[in-house]
Ligand binder design. Sequence first.
Ligand SMILES: NC(=O)c1ccc[n+]([C@@H]2O[C@H](COP(=O)([O-])OP(=O)(O)OC[C@H]3O[C@@H](n4cnc5c(N)ncnc54)[C@H](O)[C@@H]3O)[C@@H](O)[C@H]2O)c1
Length: 322
Amino acid sequence: MSNNVLVTGAAGFIGANFAEYFVAKHPDYKVVVLDKLTYAGNLENLKNIKDKIEFVQGDICDFDLVTDLFKKYDINGVIHFAAESHVDNSIKTPFIFTQTNVMGTHVLLEAARRAWGEGSTNKFVHISTDEVYGSLGEEGYFTETSPIKPSSPYSASKASSDLVAFAYKETYKMNVNVTNCSNNYGPYQHNEKLIPHMIKLALKDQKLPVYGTGKNIRDWLYVEDHCEAIDLVFHKGVAGERYNIGGHNEKRNIDIVKLILKRLEKPESLIEYVEDRKGHDYRYAIDPTKIRNELGWSPKTKFEDGIVKTIDWYLAHPEYLQ
Ligand SMILES: NC(=O)c1ccc[n+]([C@@H]2O[C@H](COP(=O)([O-])OP(=O)(O)OC[C@H]3O[C@@H](n4cnc5c(N)ncnc54)[C@H](O)[C@@H]3O)[C@@H](O)[C@H]2O)c1
């Protein structure tokens, strides 16, 4: 049987890292990338593998286009990254988040159902976030059975799209998985996000704005470890299961910023505390026991190594800081 995989959103940060990882690991697969190339998409992210993939520029909300792609390439697997992904944007312009993240996911699921039929074993992996669980206090971790309690229009749209995916498993017996991952870092990330944003400002000796007290905690995972987990879920995930992905690497935002300044040999006086983000979740932390026990995944990159590798990558690729 042929292996023709549709990867959505692969001109973005995680999708691009994943596409590179996947074509190297599985040269026998045909990879079709569907990406709208919004402000967050960058074809340069795919330049190392441009001869090994089929790139289609288009919108996941376009049902006719997506339906045609399933037919044209005989798609029998989907790994779905495409999304509006920036929380701050979702506070300013929320409708596009519901449109892309909920409707776009629904379009892909429905096109897959019609192409594959009910009860198909073809895999559909929907990539989601730990933010669907809302905020933790000082204690505890998100497990796959934690209540869904999103705080931002972004996380609400991701939580909603997760539910549509699970509904397609229950109603149409589709082979769906949802993965909920913590904050990723690594190459190819858009400079609106914390780490490249802070590197960019520090290099220009500009003020580094830190929300609130800077004490909010995120669980950081090197993007390649995320890619490996998704590959495992794609090949071995049990139909209908949710898998949390995270590395027990909790860091306060302020400590990440200080680490960047130290590596760049810039003074901490560049830090400027600014008014907190609306609805700012205090802490995210993933319990990855399920994916470790059931699929044998654990992260390989220590934060101390990954962050240095990441900072050095942006220094070597200043165009990503423009
Ligand atoms: N970045 C993180 O730390 C993180 C953590 C957990 C989960 N996630 C999830 O992983 C996925 C990828 O995140 P990312 O950080 O790589 O995002 P990103 O913003 O870097 O990339 C998103 C990509 O999707 C494309 N896209 C947007 N709207 C589209 C549409 N309507 N049709 C087709 N393509 C469209 C963009 O052009 C871009 O290439 C998202 O679903 C996000 O929710 C991200």
